[in-house]
Design a protein around this ligand. Structure first.
Ligand SMILES: C[S@@+](CC[C@H](N)C(=O)[O-])C[C@H]1O[C@@H](n2cnc3c(N)ncnc32)[C@H](O)[C@@H]1O
Length: 271
């Protein structure tokens, strides 16, 4: 009687939570909205337990509603009879297709309960990958920035769906931000890129985010004075490292572990 929405994390199979993995192992069938999430799921469950769902390559809302009703009609009887999971990359409640499924089930199959296993979201994973600390007292805003848009205003922003990096970069820099980009962070498929140089990211890749910080922000936590001690000791390896580009954003580290594109399944991403 329960559908489990399982967040898989950003893409590396070992960033699936222990609880998420258990739910996947116990599921009779695991549905995925796309090939990337499917490839992570198949690291934990055999192929023959992955369920098929068809999603049209469209932004037409009527067609999408139809597709979600069909998906819900496929999932609901399986969830009544057994253990069923639906996976998404990152967290199921952050800019995710899972919201469409939950609303559709609530409307047309209200007897199916829905439980969510949270996943490691790119909203938090970006900090470690880009070497950014969101210190106590700092505000952070999440925005979309598709097709070259450059939202401005807040001191610090995480931008998702950065599909035209050069155009977004120009808008942000003009508005007084330093920006760092992360592409395919903690993702086994494709190349992971972390850079503040927009010229390295001229091609479109849906799995690209940005962290933008207003230039000249005065953020000095109590322990920041230890940086002076480091400088005296001539040891610069344990704190901020210098950046490879013009960005002034303080990064604790830049290296990410080793490592397409479809918001609506089949269109932009499978999350
Ligand atoms: C529709 S949102 C889904 C977010 C996802 N549910 C989560 O919690 O991370 C997709 C956007 O998240 C960002 N994103 C998700 N995973 C990413 C990754 N591994 N590396 C870089 N950006 C990622 C990209 O900006 C992408 O366009």
């Amino acid at each position: 009687m329960t559908l489990h929405g399982v967040g898989l994390g950003p893409g590396d199979a070992d960033l699936v939570t222990v609880r998420g993995r258990r739910v996947l192992e116990e599921a009779d069938v695991v549905y995925s909205p796309g090939r990337l999430s499917r490839s992570v799921a198949t690291e934990h469950v055999p192929d023959d337990r992955i369920g098929d769902l068809e999603f049209p390559m469209t932004r037409d809302e009527d067609e999408l509603r139809r597709a979600w009703r069909e998906a819900a009609a496929e999932i609901a009887p399986r969830a009544r009879d057994g253990a069923v999971a639906f996976v998404t990359l990152g967290d199921p409640n952050v800019y995710s297709t899972f919201g469409h499924l939950r609303r559709t089930l609530t409307a047309f199959h209200p007897d199916v309960d829905v439980e969510v296993v949270p996943g490691v979201s790119a909203v938090t994973a970006f900090t470690t990958a880009l070497g950014v600390e969101v210190a106590a007292g700092a505000n952070l805003t999440l925005h979309e920035a598709a097709r070259g848009t450059a939202p401005t205003g807040p001191d610090r922003m995480v931008l998702f769906k950065v599909t035209d990096v050069p155009a977004t970069h120009e808008g942000l820099v003009d508005a007084g931000y330093d920006v760092v980009y992360g592409r395919r962070l903690y993702m086994e498929q494709g190349e992971t890129v972390v850079t503040d140089d927009p010229q390295e990211l001229t091609d479109r890749d849906y799995y690209t985010l940005a962290y933008a910080e207003k230039r000249g922000l005065d953020a000095e936590p109590a322990t920041a004075t230890f940086g002076d001690v480091e400088a005296t000791n001539g040891d610069e390896s344990n704190g901020k490292v210098s950046t490879d580009g013009g960005s002034e954003i303080g990064r604790t580290e830049r290296a990410v572990g080793e490592a397409c594109g479809d918001e609506l399944p089949g269109v932009d991403g499978d999350d």
